[in-house]
Design a protein around this ligand. Structure first.
Ligand SMILES: [Zn+2]
Ligand SMILES: [Zn+2]
Length: 253
């Protein structure tokens, strides 16, 4: 059985993650030989904002909220990253999952970037879901994703999840995003939490063709999701691909 590194994993610092999941939880599954390493990529929104602000998503279009909570968040993020750094010898990679605000800034302070070894940028919410013209939504999403890919992230998390729910992207849109990620030296993520097989297959086929990196992540929020790469293997097989056909993202401690 292949043993993978998991490049997307949450702890109970993220509001949506089960309380028993801590850095030690991942150290235990690394020690048990189930994964080789885990990038702990908690939500920056949970580190920078209290739950009521985080879940309102208002900070996406009103970035003054980020400025208001910046000091509070910086202190929490720095403490968290310093804590994770204590576990690096045990296979833990300090990381973060951030959103991009509409002004183009990521939801953490760039002064802490050098402590973040795996930076995931994800679209969780965009303020266009209410628009009735799907072409308009697509246009806004494309601009947002282009900017996100060029914002200094290492991996784009679950690249099509939001769009697939609002207005399913076609093959050309997916292929263009994969090619832009390759140009920007950003890995596209194959994610097994809240799966999207249709877009994942199109993404993998395009990535196998043009060499864009693919990152394997479980996006663990619940213990049962940890170290489970069965979806990743199944969907790669369904594409008629082998792991060796893909340019896999790696980070070495
Ligand atoms: Zn996410
Ligand atoms: Zn996540």
């Amino acid at each position: 059985m292949d043993i993978f590194a998991d490049y997307h994993a949450h702890t109970n610092l993220s509001y949506c993650c089960d309380p028993e999941i801590t850095p030690e939880f991942y150290v235990d599954i690394i020690d048990a030989g189930l994964i080789s390493a885990a990038a702990i990529t908690d939500h920056s929104m949970a580190i920078y904002f209290p739950p009521s602000v985080a879940w309102s998503w208002d900070f996406i279009f009103d970035s003054t909220l980020f400025d208001e909570y910046r000091e509070y968040g910086n202190k929490r993020l720095e403490e968290h990253l310093n804590n994770l750094a204590e576990y690096t010898k045990k296979g833990i990679i300090p990381g973060l999952e951030a959103e991009m605000m509409e002004d183009g800034r990521l939801t953490f302070d760039m002064s802490l970037r050098n402590k973040i070894k795996v930076l995931i940028g994800s679209v969780h919410y965009l303020p266009y879901g209410h628009l009735t013209d799907t072409q308009e939504i697509l246009k806004h999403w494309k601009v947002h994703v282009f900017m996100l890919l060029n914002s200094g992230i290492d991996i784009i998390g679950h690249p099509f999840r939001w769009m697939e729910k609002i207005c399913p992207p076609d093959e050309k849109t997916i292929r263009n995003a994969v090619m832009e990620a390759g140009r920007a030296h950003v890995a596209m993520e194959l994610n097994s939490h809240d799966i999207s097989p249709r877009t994942d297959m199109m993404m993998l086929m395009a990535a196998a063709e043009c060499g864009t990196k693919i990152s394997l992540g479980t996006d663990t929020h619940h213990p049962a999701e940890a170290a489970d790469f069965s979806y990743h293997m199944k969907i790669i097989r369904h594409c008629g691909l082998k792991l060796s056909d893909l340019n896999l993202y790696e980070y070495h401690l």
